[in-house]
Design a protein around this ligand. Structure first.
Ligand SMILES: Cc1ncc(COP(=O)(O)O)c(C=O)c1O
Length: 357
């Protein structure tokens, strides 16, 4: 069922499941403003937690580190997935405990690893042989036990932008399967550092759910192989990456995409024994905010028409990254809309957003 998160009602651009008119946030407009609807985040967490087999969903903090949003996500019962001590500190400030946090990331420093191990982090996902060596040294020096995961690349193309397809043979992230086996061998003989998890993260903005099926076909036997050597292994971390359609803010379509993934997990994992973890970011928060800005200048040249806003990359980096498409609904909201709407009937906007101009 279609449920648009951005729609016009009586000429007002409205946002969220309760169709709140955005005009109320710009009545005394002074500067660009980000407006979030927490109902959207809550609803998505509920969808994900609707998978009965799930152990825990760890919110990928990199996707939004606004403190109030992190607090909300913590109170909704999620853990956190972080890639730096900065993100750990932010998560702690929001109320997460060290036992809620998975420490991911390809470039963790010795200082960061020591800091996290000393404070009893829940799980460190290892992405290189040299990181494993550092962790063994640190845990021996501190006399601390540490639970680790190995992030393995199942060599599956996530069918997304090549820079965010992260589990291929030559990816800078994660471990290739052979190096992973060498790490499993080392961990099977290491006392303080326990292999508790195998993880994979295929990439981000994944729209074709069948790529997860390909990954599970590789990772399930790999997990069993690892478990035979390291019997403490009992967590299967399925990463994140589920995407959204940026051309159409429709939560009905998003929910269907999640349900497709959930039924894949149910089918593929019902005969498997492990605690399942997810590290989802974008899918939880990307729909929850809009940036409202003012059109400062309307500029024509013989070839193109421009609306120049009082916002830019400092407020929203995404459109500048990886050839990203990002619809600009807010720009057609302002008073200018009424004056210049006929000039804006370019077809592209209407096609992208289904918005009557
Ligand atoms: C290791 C890891 N886990 C989870 C995520 C979150 O991905 P997404 O926001 O696409 O769900 C990322 C994103 O880069 C990641 O690198």
């Amino acid at each position: 069922m279609s449920r648009k998160l951005l729609q016009y009602k009586n000429g007002n651009l409205c946002f969220g499941p309760n169709a709140v008119p955005l005009s109320k946030f710009v009545e005394n407009y002074k500067q660009p403003v980000l407006v979030y609807d927490l109902n959207i985040i809550r609803e998505r967490i509920n969808w994900i937690k609707g998978w009965k087999g799930l152990g825990q969903v760890h919110f990928a903090v990199k996707s939004n580190f606004n403190l109030d949003i992190l607090k909300f996500i913590k109170n909704a019962g999620c853990g956190a997935d972080v890639v730096s001590v900065g993100e750990i500190k932010r998560s702690l400030e929001a109320g997460f405990a060290m036992s809620d946090i998975i420490f991911s990331g390809v470039g963790k420093s010795r200082e960061e690893l020591s800091w996290a191990i000393e404070r009893g982090i829940y799980q460190i996902n290892i992405e290189s042989h040299s990181e494993l060596k550092k962790i063994i040294e640190i845990s021996e020096r501190l006399g601390r036990n540490v639970s680790v995961g190995l992030r393995i690349n199942p060599e599956v193309d996530a069918e997304t932008h090549k820079s965010i397809s992260t589990a291929l043979k030559d990816s800078k992230f994660g471990l290739d399967m052979q190096t992973g086996r060498e790490c499993i061998e080392i961990l099977s003989k290491t006392k303080n550092v326990k292999l508790k998890a195998l993880s994979f993260h295929l990439g981000s903005q994944i729209l074709n759910i069948s790529v997860y099926e390909k990954a599970l076909a590789v990772m399930k036997p790999y997990y069993l192989e690892a478990k035979a050597k390291c019997p403490d292994l009992d967590r299967f971390d399925l990463g994140g990456g589920i995407g959204i359609d940026y051309t159409d803010a429709d939560s009905g379509v998003d929910q269907s995409r999640w349900l497709l993934l959930q039924s894949l997990y149910e089918k593929e994992l019902s005969d498997f024994k492990a605690t399942y973890l997810l590290e989802i970011g974008r899918f939880i928060v990307a729909r929850s905010g809009v940036l409202l800005a003012r059109v400062e200048i309307i500029k024509n040249n013989p070839f193109k028409k421009f609306l120049v806003l009082d916002t830019g990359m400092t407020h929203i980096m995404r459109p500048a990254l990886y050839n990203a498409f990002h619809g600009h609904c807010a720009r057609i909201y302002t008073d200018c809309r009424r004056r210049i709407c006929s000039d804006l009937r370019c077809g592209r906007l209407r096609k992208c957003h289904g918005i009557p101009l």
